[in-house]
Ligand binder design. Structure first.
Ligand SMILES: Cc1cc2nc3c(=O)[nH]c(=O)nc-3n(C[C@H](O)[C@H](O)[C@H](O)COP(=O)(O)OP(=O)(O)OC[C@H]3O[C@@H](n4cnc5c(N)ncnc54)[C@H](O)[C@@H]3O)c2cc1C
Length: 665
């Protein structure tokens, strides 16, 4: 036995049907051994009542000891298997348990499921190789709790192990097995669902500056070079924000949440509201993608950052595809082409933002936006770090802008209540801060800690009490909203109006990523959401606004039910990503509390009204949010056939496209 091993798996014990399960406590530092025999010798030294798990790892075996129970010795038949490691082989697991009665049991796969079988003390070392890190599958539940799925096999590879993992799937699983790589499960659509093989993101972590990468990149990248980072698909946005800030960098654009993984956030077209930019996926300059047969390909535009000759010499395991059609098809692909190992992202110098939230109404909104005037109010050009030094002109409300808001903002969005006239205008614009102020900032938006939030001063936090209440009593808050919307639905619009009033704030200044983030409390409230994209050209989105409001009114008339949250209007530049919106769009995001049973029905009503009023081809949806059922959506994407060709070429056996995706595309 040598060094302690980290990350002890949770071993859950459910003594009988009367007791709920409990996690057995760790009894000792876990330990590594080179052979199974050595590991079993170590097991013999455990305390008598304790339970031990011995599992194979790439470098040998790890032994984990758990505190047993003297009163009622732990029986292996009472242990819950979900999440336990499979010792490198999902079909012939190499994991043993020694229970409180000193019996040996081994996890076995019987062709359908996993169970623990009693076995004699093993005497032989395994002869086959350690193949891939896998765990006993558990039922997966998305954040919105509207979807569950139970994979047959759950893999947890590192970036380096991913090619071998997929090769193993290809060679060992039945033909037709579906595979999905998963992110942080924050999609409400079935975009990540797989009852075949599910690849968890937890170990797919990697963060490299370009200088820490093998020297395979073009040497004429100039200033761009310092902004290029290769990042694992399992890194979360939150982890990346910290890493980039510590390297003097920031993402130039973000959505309102930081919990997604990179692998999960990009392929659904996640976006923010900086009108000079398209979806977040446009920050990708290079994708390392593992195909279903385990082959590793690097996809870049024709003028990509990799030097093909240098790559061929340094990485013979990696096939380079520098081609615009492949690149644009891969940017937003809903995980249908393979499993992303890493991305190279192009970011920008670190910057701060100032958020201002002011009240408005539908009449003012339409008046100030009609005639394409949205382009005057948002879309300032320039690097955010440069914009920090140029204070924006602030509107007096009579010059075409919204009073107290910048006239040409970096980020602009509107929050509306589809059932009332209320509007909240939110701008976010680069601003400078002193070094003393910067020293007060953190890697999360202020909120959870009320004292700290108040101490920072009003300009450096969102309204303190509502934020603190939301973050600490989020469950209670959403329960309260649910009760009101169920028992007295007619009060819902005024409830939403009141919650919108609490947002008004003349300044919140922080590191850019904290300001983009709408707050941990808001993001953790159980919610459902759908975004529908409508073109900005010819003010189609203002017609869309009328259509949305009348669809909401009709829903109330026919169903006596209301949208249980506000809706936002965000602006996204047209993108070359084939499954993104090719034209500038306004994204209407409809938000509901998590228990709104009719949310999808209402979303379908909005979509139908928008399609009828604007034409079916003009209306597109967010691939990761609630998506109306039963509608083929390829007609909104003129280059769909090209996309399909690329997808089919990369994944000819259709392993990565699930039933739902086949249906909606
Ligand atoms: C609280 C909250 C806030 C949100 N805010 C916004 C917002 O501001 N703007 C916006 O546009 N959307 C927003 N969304 C939607 C969200 O950004 C998307 O649904 C996003 O795709 C979810 O990412 P994820 O990490 O949870 O991935 P998942 O939902 O787990 O997966 C999404 C897709 O990525 C694929 N995938 C994941 N990892 C890989 C990989 N390694 N290789 C290949 N494919 C992979 C999956 O197969 C799946 O197709 C929000 C959602 C929530 C719940």
């Amino acid at each position: 036995m040598s060094q302690p091993a980290a990350d002890q798996p949770v071993l859950r014990w459910k003594p009988n049907s009367l007791f709920s399960s409990k996690d057995l406590k760790s009894a000792a530092a876990s330990a590594q051994s080179t052979t199974l025999k050595e590991a079993l010798d170590a097991v013999d030294k455990r305390k008598a009542k304790n339970v031990v798990m011995v599992t194979r790892v790439p470098s040998g075996w790890v032994t984990y000891e758990y505190v047993g129970s003297s009163a009622c010795k732990v029986n292996f038949k009472e242990l819950l298997l979900g999440g336990l490691p499979l010792g490198g082989d999902p079909l012939a697991p190499q994991t043993y348990i020694v229970d409180g009665k000193a019996r040996f049991a081994r996890i076995v796969h019987d062709g359908h499921r996993y169970r623990l079988d009693e076995v004699p003390r093993p005497t032989e070392e395994p002869t086959g190789p350690w193949v891939v890190e896998a765990i006993v599958p558990v039922e997966e539940i998305n954040h919105g709790k509207n979807l569950t799925w139970l994979p047959k096999i759950t893999l947890r590879p590192s970036p380096d192990e991913l090619p071998a993992a997929l090769k193993w799937v290809n060679q060992n699983m039945p033909a037709g097995t579906k595979v999905k790589a998963g992110g942080s499960k924050h999609s409400w659509s079935r975009v990540a669902v797989s009852d075949g093989v599910y690849i968890e993101p937890d170990r797919m972590k990697l963060s490299h500056t370009i200088d820490e990468e093998p020297n395979v990149y073009r040497n004429d990248l100039g200033e761009r070079r310092g902004n290029l980072f290769r990042c694992g698909s399992g890194n979360t946005i939150k982890e990346m924000n910290r890493y980039l800030w510590e390297h003097g960098k920031s993402f130039p654009i973000l959505g309102g949440f930081d919990g997604q993984t990179l692998g999960g956030v990009f392929p659904t077209g996640t976006h923010g509201s900086i009108f000079t930019r398209g979806p977040l996926a446009e920050m990708i300059v290079s994708i390392d993608l593992v195909l279903a047969d385990g082959q590793l390909v690097r996809i870049e535009p024709a003028d990509g950052v990799t030097d093909s000759k240098a790559l061929a010499t340094a990485r013979s395991d990696l096939r380079l595809i520098q081609d615009d059609d492949h690149y644009h098809s891969a940017l937003i692909n809903m995980g249908t082409m393979g499993a992303v190992q890493s991305y190279m992202l192009e970011v920008t110098d670190a910057f701060h933002l100032k958020e201002v939230r002011t009240a408005s109404n539908i009449t003012e909104l339409k008046e100030k936006l009609q005639g394409g005037k949205i382009y005057k109010l948002v879309g300032v050009q320039g690097k955010p770090a440069d914009l920090e030094k140029i204070p924006p002109k602030i509107s007096d409300g009579k010059d075409g802008g919204f009073k107290d808001q910048p006239l040409d903002a970096y980020h602009l969005e509107f929050l509306i209540n589809p059932h009332s006239d209320k509007v909240v205008v939110t701008s976010r614009h680069p601003t400078t801060v002193t070094a003393t102020v910067e020293a007060e900032f953190d890697f999360s938006p202020p909120g959870r800690d009320l004292v700290r939030t108040i101490h920072r001063g009003a300009s450096f936090g969102r309204p303190a009490l509502p934020t603190w209440f939301e973050e600490n009593f989020g469950g209670l808050l959403s329960w309260g909203i649910d009760q009101i919307t169920k028992l007295t639905p007619f009060l819902t619009p005024s409830l939403i109006d009141s919650s919108m009033d609490t947002l008004i704030d003349d300044a919140y200044i922080d590191r850019s990523f904290n300001v983009f983030n709408v707050g941990d409390g808001t993001n953790q409230l159980p919610a459902l959401a759908a975004s529908i994209y409508v073109p900005v050209a010819s003010d189609a989105y203002l017609t869309g606004l009328d259509l949305v409001r009348s669809a909401a009114a009709n829903f109330v008339k026919s169903r006596h039910r209301y949208e249980t949250g506000p809706a936002s209007m965000r602006f996204v530049k047209g993108t070359a990503a084939t499954l993104g919106c090719g034209v500038d769009v306004c994204s209407f995001e409809f938000i509901f509390t998590g228990s709104t049973t009719y949310a999808l029905e209402m979303v379908e009503a909005y979509e139908a009204a928008l399609k009828e009023g604007l034409g079916a081809k003009e209306v597109r949806v967010h691939w990761g949010q609630l998506v109306g059922e039963g509608v083929r959506r390829r007609e909104g994407y003129p280059e769909y056939e090209k996309w399909r060709q690329v997808r089919d070429e990369l994944d000819p056996k259709a392993a990565f496209i699930n039933e739902w995706q086949e249906k909606i595309l």
